[in-house]
Design a protein around this ligand. Structure first.
Ligand code: FEO
Ligand code: CA
Ligand code: CA
Length: 636
């Protein structure tokens, strides 16, 4: 998300306790560059660029993508390529249970909201019912509600500090996740309001801890005196899906929810490194009424947030589990992959400027018919962080307690300290500070990893490097990570630039795409990505309207002669970002989130009333289902 109502924390670098490590290293490397790339705005280094626009290659073939792309633009409507339809499946306020109260935006209350679809939906996962059958017409949909925007949510457009307690409770109830059964009949997706799967999860839902930080004193609070359970989830951005039929939801901008004087807590150094300042943020008003979000009254509560949470969407009584072995940061999402040796690999980005890319490799192996075994795979394994060298390699540095530098000498008493202060652990091993790492996923066809970096408006010429090659990276980029012989537990990979986003006609942007890129094929601020069954990458953007164009979904082949030739399929209504494109197994339906339509305006005078276009209804964040009118695979 782009956090509104307060200064965007993603654009402020968190203070490093050993800030010298990263910056000095980059300076050193900068002066040992090899050759100059011709593009004026780029770093003076030979970039490992992806092999594209190479029509003469014998292995090149045309991609299967064939649709008439739409034009860039910006208006109050959602636009799709010809012969495609978008059905609004769920909007903020829609009832999820047959006994729920019908939504009235002028009479909102927390109890009703607990049975309705929440606000600002982000991550979307479709999982077939039953999980073992790859059905594309019947499933359970899991959706994150990342945050709310009070000026868009309440009549009168109140600012955070003007909210009543009931309004705060309603906002709280609009956070978390919705889980709902859906079925496709005659090309239309319907929700089942009487389903046993349907569930709302909120910042007040009780959860458990597992892994190294479970039971540790730094996660103990009055609510959780043994440090084994905790309250709720919030700031849920993107996520991931496991092959054993659970979802992972990623807690991202949790620092915006706590208020108080951080200096007066024993966690000051840690919170500072996290960017948790206790200052006036969008949701710091929660701490006015609830001690849990007041950092001076409950100093360890913020240690209970910033995790990856595993949820079983097939069991509405399941207690969500915070998997602490995956570390604590501003988690964007989780790209889950079963390695060729059966170990489970999770790729994770920490979305803030100059933060890092992480990897977890499970100790034990995935067993397709032993779900109980699989349910503990994310509790034990090796966490590591990526160093991207200017020579085109990635070195994964382990974050393992007991081995230098993760020892008592540096303040780590156990692996619990390593996962609680994952950023600090990563600072010590020379991880490469990146341009806001967002989604990182494995291409199911090639087995290569695609890592999306959304932008970095404060990178400068002195701290560019080959993997973050542009000073003032306004538009973001996508790297392709290549594990040797598809071994995702290898210590070293190669990497290449896939796309440097921005306008290819702008010299300042220094963009890099396939040379045949069209007028509307270029984009800005990539955030989420997904792959269809043919291995094409679908890219959703967040922040494009900074350049006067709407956000949307672009698609590109990832191999062959059309590699990095992105094309625009869908354009968002004004103010909205698009999140989390997600396919049914047959790739004939693509779900995605339209988050914060009308953002930048107000409830009373919205810039769009998408999707209802009803004078009595504000714009509503929604999940849409995209299909082709002839029922063909999306994009073909
Ligand atoms: Fe919530 Fe990193 O976008
Ligand atoms: Ca984003
Ligand atoms: Ca995001």
């Amino acid at each position: 998300m782009a956090v509104k109502r307060h200064q965007d924390p993603d654009d402020n670098p968190a203070e490093r306790q050993s800030s010298s490590t990263a910056f000095q290293e980059i300076l050193k490397r900068r002066f040992s560059k090899r050759t100059f790339l011709k593009n004026a705005g780029l770093v003076a280094v030979a970039l490992p660029l992806t092999g594209i626009a190479n029509a003469s290659s014998s292995i090149s073939k045309s991609s299967s993508l064939s649709f008439n792309e739409i034009a860039h633009g910006l208006d109050k409507h959602l636009h799709l390529a010809k012969d495609y339809s978008a059905q609004v499946v769920l909007s903020w306020g829609d009832t999820l249970f047959s006994n729920a109260e019908k939504f009235d935006p002028n009479k909102q209350n927390s109890l009703s909201q607990l049975k309705q679809f929440g606000f600002n939906n982000d991550f979307v996962a479709y999982m077939p019912i039953p999980h073992s059958k790859k059905k594309s017409t019947h499933g359970v949909l899991t959706v994150n509600h990342e945050y709310v925007n009070s000026t868009m949510m309440h009549p009168g457009s109140p600012r955070a500090f003007e909210l009543s307690l009931e309004q705060i409770d309603t906002e709280m109830a609009a956070h978390g996740l919705s889980i709902v059964e859906i079925q496709k009949q005659e090309n239309k997706w319907n929700i089942n309001r009487d389903s046993k799967y349907n569930r709302r999860i909120t910042p007040l839902t009780e959860m458990k801890f597992s892994g190294p930080a479970r039971g540790h004193k730094r996660v103990k609070t009055e609510f959780s005196p043994r440090g084994e359970n905790c309250m709720g989830t919030f700031g849920n951005c993107a996520g991931g899906v496991t092959p054993w039929g659970t979802i992972l939801t990623a807690e991202e901008n949790i620092q915006a929810y706590f208020s108080g004087n951080v200096r007066k807590t024993s966690e000051y150094e840690s919170y500072k490194r996290f960017g948790l300042l206790g200052s006036k943020t969008a949701f710091s008003v929660w701490g006015k009424y609830y001690d849990h979000w007041n950092i001076n009254k409950t100093p360890q509560a913020a240690m209970q947030a910033g995790w990856v949470v595993e949820i079983d969407p097939y069991d509405s009584s399941f207690t969500p589990i915070k998997r602490t072995a995956l570390g604590r940061c501003k988690h964007e999402g989780c790209g889950v992959h079963v390695n060729k040796d059966g170990k489970v690999v999770v790729y994770m980005g920490d979305d803030q400027v100059f933060e890092y890319v992480y990897r977890f490799v499970s100790k034990n192996k995935y067993q397709p018919i032993d779900r109980e075994n699989n349910m503990s795979l994310l509790d034990e394994g090796e966490l590591s962080v990526a160093e991207f060298t200017d020579q085109g390699s990635i070195i994964w540095h382990p974050l393992q307690w007991g081995k230098k530098p993760h020892t008592k000498d540096n303040g780590f008493e156990s692996q619990a300290d390593v996962v609680l202060d994952m950023r600090k652990a990563a600072d010590l091993v020379g991880a490469t500070p990146m341009d806001r790492p967002e989604e990182i996923k494995v291409n199911p066809i090639s087995g290569n990893v695609f890592a999306v970096f959304t932008n970095n408006s404060i990178r400068n010429p002195l701290n560019t490097d080959a993997a973050n090659p542009r000073a003032v990276n306004r538009h973001g980029h996508i790297l392709e990570l290549l594990p040797p012989e598809q071994d995702h537990s290898a210590r070293e990979y190669k990497w290449e630039v896939f796309i440097l986003a921005g306008n290819p006609d702008s010299k300042i942007d220094s963009a890099y795409y396939h040379s045949d890129i069209s007028e509307s094929g270029w984009f800005s601020s990539p955030d989420n990505c997904s792959f269809d069954k043919n291995g094409n990458i679908w890219i959703a953007t967040d922040g494009f309207n900074r350049s006067g164009k709407a956000d949307g979904i672009w698609v590109s082949a990832t191999s062959g002669k059309d590699k990095a030739l992105s094309r625009l399929l869908l354009r968002a209504p004004i103010g909205a970002e698009i999140c989390s494109p997600c396919f049914t197994p047959d790739s004939k339906t693509m779900f995605c989130s339209v988050q914060h339509p009308g953002d930048g305006s107000r409830f009373d005078q919205p810039s769009t009333r998408w999707p209802d276009f009803d004078e009595n209804m504000p714009p509503r964040p929604s999940v849409i289902a995209i299909t082709q009118d002839n029922d063909k695979i999306i994009g073909t």
